[in-house]
Design a protein around this ligand. Structure first.
Ligand code: HEC
Length: 126
């Protein structure tokens, strides 16, 4: 009895999980260490490297050419006006700076076009 209940529960959890990530569950393109951080801080619920989910695909974030430091700031203090049509992201202040920087560095690494550092940055607002 107990066993079958456990199995049912596991099956339900599995069904929920696969429903949640819609389509092809594309977490295969997330390196294991980043997957661990994304799961720990729940980013994974809303972000994928190459797919729009609740939030923008990280590759699209990378195209904005933020510095790593700027991304860290945006994790702590999101600016929803950067992403019209998306719901606002909650400030993720529970992420330690060190881990936020790891995520930011990885996010930026997803953009394969040449960086335009020091150019006309349009992100300096406040
Ligand atoms: C509940 C959903 C949700 C979670 C959880 C979430 N995000 Fe977001 N994220 C969004 C949405 C929606 C946007 C676009 C709107 C905005 O920026 O407020 C966004 C935007 C971003 C941006 C772009 C910022 C900009 O201004 O261009 C980055 C970077 C980002 N998220 C990183 C993260 C990281 C890292 C985590 C985990 C620590 C995380 N997000 C967790 C939903 C989420």
């Amino acid at each position: 009895m107990k066993k079958s209940f456990g199995f049912l529960f596991a099956a339900a959890a599995l069904a929920l999980a696969s429903f949640d990530v819609n389509a092809q569950a594309p977490t295969a393109d997330i390196p294991a260490d980043m997957n661990a951080l994304m799961s720990k801080y729940t980013c994974i619920a809303c972000h994928r490297p190459n797919q729009k989910l609740v939030g923008p695909a990280y590759v699209d974030v990378a195209k904005k050419k933020y510095s790593n430091e700027e991304i860290v700031k945006l994790i702590y203090t999101p600016v929803p006006s950067h992403w019209p049509g998306y719901p606002p992201m909650a400030p993720m202040t529970q992420v330690p700076k060190e881990d936020a920087l790891k995520l930011a560095t990885w996010i930026n690494s997803l953009d394969k076009t040449p960086a335009k550092k020091g150019g006309k940055g349009k992100s300096k607002k406040a």
